[in-house]
Design a binder for this molecule. Structure first.
Ligand code: PFF
Ligand code: NA
Length: 433
């Protein structure tokens, strides 16, 4: 059977934006921002997105389209070294680690959607999170989230992922704009916007090195970089069109939607709670739930908000499941149905483990993910720079305009040398911190 391909350029972009925009923008970003000094963090993060994110995205696209295989196959078809072949399998491991906690948070979101409608958390938002976040309830909603993810992935690239994300992403954008406009009218919104938008220059100078690893980790996470999901999605491209143009469009859209999400979340948190919260993975849930309890039409607003987050989360989780599924399909000729069923089974177990253990969850969702994705991206970049080499430049230039083409050789140096050095530095200072 012929390998599936995207139906249209827009479909590919929507799917990739769908992978990028997710809990990273709506949940992890406010969490990281409030723990790392607000706007100062935003600034460093935007810098890393531009200087590391966009070239990195291009490296993954080049590997994917050049090989037309999922990451494991891509590494073995573009090089004959056993070392790289083994490295390729790391992408499957990373995707498994990612979805094992992502699906738990996705479950919380689905639950809060329902609980907003019924008002279940209205009497005591703090206690509500404590009772539903870890334990058998969390396992149940994790399984629901996983089932939805599986039902989309099993339908394949065009009929499943492309169709779903083409509907979901425009809905996310429109609803976020409506919510941001509404949030700006709240009392106290100004303080939230100030925390979010005016950088504390002193903090930046005093603690740039402290902020950098978290900002770099978040920049990779938000663009879905370092796990190979973008390699996988690019492997379903068949036309020759500018990867640079697509990559830039995806990074810009993800950043705009991320900033927009902040314009919703921070005014809400500040309007009611008076600060960005105490941090931790539950902060957003507790803070926002408090906000929805207090504002007019809180149930409806809360439901709309958590519906948006659900759509964003599902459009990302499908990319995490697609990676291991495509691995079995490409490398072992397993049918998509069976591959999907098998990995849904794997995630049933691994996700339940993180849903039962807060300590495991924190470790996986924070440190482990940052570490693995940074290591993964360093590998993808070195591979592009040193193994694919001149062929990467050729692939990059296919369909590229004059400006993008002029940047192809500097790009190869950046991904082969400069960016890996920078990432190794952040990795080491992150471990040391
Ligand atoms: N970019 C997604 C988000 O911001 O929520 C998370 C993600 C998706 C990370 C896919 C990694 C990945 F491979
Ligand atoms: Na994102």
């Amino acid at each position: 059977m012929a390998r599936d391909v995207w139906h249209s350029r827009l479909g590919f972009i929507m799917a990739a934006v769908g992978s990028a925009v997710g809990l990273g923008n709506l949940w992890r970003f406010p969490w990281m921002t409030s723990e790392n000094g607000g706007a100062a963090f935003l600034l460093v993060y935007l810098g890393v997105v531009l200087c590391v994110g966009v070239p990195g995205l291009l490296a993954e696209f080049v590997i994917g389209r050049r090989s037309r295989r999922s990451p494991v196959g891509a590494f073995s078809s573009l090089s004959d070294s056993t070392l790289w072949r083994v490295f390729g399998h790391l992408s499957v491991v990373i995707a498994v680690v990612l979805l094992s906690f992502y699906s738990v948070v996705g479950g919380w979101i689905l639950r809060y959607f329902g609980a907003s409608l019924t008002g279940a958390y209205f009497s005591n938002p703090g206690q509500y999170f404590a009772t539903v976040s870890y334990g058998l309830d969390a396992v149940g909603f994790h399984l629901l989230f996983l089932a939805i993810t599986g039902l989309i992935v099993v339908r394949g690239i065009k009929r499943g992922i492309e169709n779903a994300t083409k509907l979901m992403m425009p809905a996310v954008v429109v609803l976020l704009i409506v919510l941001a406009a509404w949030a700006s009218t709240l009392d106290g919104a100004g303080a939230g916007l100030a925390f979010y938008l005016s950088p504390d220059v002193e903090l930046l100078e005093a603690d740039l090195l402290g902020i950098l690893p978290a900002a770099a980790g978040q920049a990779l996470f938000t663009l879905s970089l370092g796990s190979g999901t973008m390699i996988t999605y690019a492997s379903y491209l068949d036309e020759e069109r500018s990867l640079a143009a697509d990559g830039a469009a995806i990074a810009v859209l993800n950043t705009c939607i991320g900033v927009l999400a902040g314009l919703v979340v921070f005014p809400l948190l500040f309007a009611l709670v008076g600060d960005a919260g105490t941090g931790g993975p539950g902060a957003l849930f507790v803070g926002l739930a408090n906000a929805f309890v207090a504002v007019p039409y809180g149930r409806a607003v809360g439901a709309v908000f958590f519906a948006v987050v659900s759509l964003a989360a599902i459009s990302s989780s499908i990319s995490m499941l697609e990676l291991p599924v495509s691995f079995l399909v490409d490398e072992y000729g397993v049918s998509r149905r069976r591959a999907t069923a098998l990995f849904v089974g794997v995630f049933t177990v691994t996700g339940s483990a993180t849903a039962l253990s807060p300590g495991l969850f924190d470790f996986v969702a924070g440190t482990l993910v940052d570490l693995l994705m940074t290591a993964g991206l360093i590998g993808f970049l070195l591979f592009t720079g040193w193994v694919v080499g001149q062929n990467a430049v050729t692939e990059y230039e296919l369909g590229a305009g004059a400006v993008a083409s002029a940047l192809s050789t500097p790009w190869l140096y950046a991904v082969g040398v400069v960016i890996p050095v920078f990432l190794i530095f952040t990795l080491v200072s992150g471990i040391a911190a």
